[in-house]
Design a protein around this ligand. Sequence first.
Ligand code: PDD
Length: 280
Amino acid sequence: MSICFLNNEYVLLSEAKVSVLDRGFIFGDAVYEVLPGFGGKFFALAQHLERLNDNLNKVSIDPPYSSKEWEELLATLSEKNGNSDLSFYIQVTRGVAERNHFFPMDCEPTVFVMCTNLKSSSNPLIKSCITRSDNRWGRCDIKTTSLLPNLMLKNEALLSDAFEVILLKNGMLTEGASSNVFVVSKGRVKTPEVSNFILPGVTRDFVLQVLNELGITCERRTVITAELFDACEIWLTSSTNDLIGINLLNGKPVGNGQEYPMLERVSSAFTEAKMRSLTS
Ligand code: PDD
C-alpha cells in the first residue's frame, strides 16, 4: 500500500481521511497537478509547480508551500514509496468550512499528494479517438478537480471503444478530455494556441520545444474542424502518456491508419529530451 501526504503528514493511502465539509468534496473547490517521477527525479517539475501556483492564484487559494517546500515534499514522498517510477497527483482544496458559495475568509487549504506506479509502455502508443462537441465551461485553462464534464465525455469514448474524445467548439479544435492535441497535415504541424478553452499542457510545451530543436515549425493557431479530419497524423499529449498517435478518428483511419513518420521522429526525440531533463 502506498504512502501519501495529507496536511503535513505522511500516512498510508488507505488511512488518509478528509472532512465531509472539505470544499473539495462539497463543491470541487480545488485545483490539481499530475507529474511523473523516475527514481526520485521529476519531469518538468518547475513547470508543473508554476502552473499549480498560477491555478491557485486564479481561484484565490493561498499557495500553501513555496517551490522549495513542494520539491522537498515530493522527494520525501518518492523516497517513502521506494523511489520507483511514479505518477504524482497533487490536490489543493480551499479547505474545510460550513457550506456556503462565498469563499470563506479563514480557511486552511487541504493539501493531498499521492502517487501511483507508472505503467511502462512502448512509445509511442497508438489509440483511437472520437470527436464530440466541447460542452465544458469557459475556464478550461484552470486545472480544477471539477471534472464531471470531462468524465462524461471520456465515458462516451469508452462506450465507443475509443481512448479519448477530441473536442470541437464552434468549428474549431480545442483539446482532448484529458490531453492536448496536435495535427499534421500537408507536412505542417499545428496545435491550438492556449486560451481559456484549453489547458496549457506542460507536455504540449515540451513537445513544442522538441519540435523547435528538430527544426520542425509548429503553427500555434486556430485549427478548424476540417484540418482535424484531413490530418495525416493526430497526436495527443499528456503527463501520463507523453505522446500518443491516433489511428482511427470516429472509426475512420487517420492518414493510412498505419504509419506515423513524424510522430516516430518527434516521439524518440521527446523521450531522449525528457530523460535528459529530469531533475531531483
Ligand atoms: N490531464 N488537457 C486536459 C483537459 C488535461 O486533463 C490534461 C492532462 C492535459 C495535458 O496536460 P499535461 O501535459 O500538463 O499533463 C490537457 C492529466 C494528466 C489528468 O487529469 O490526469
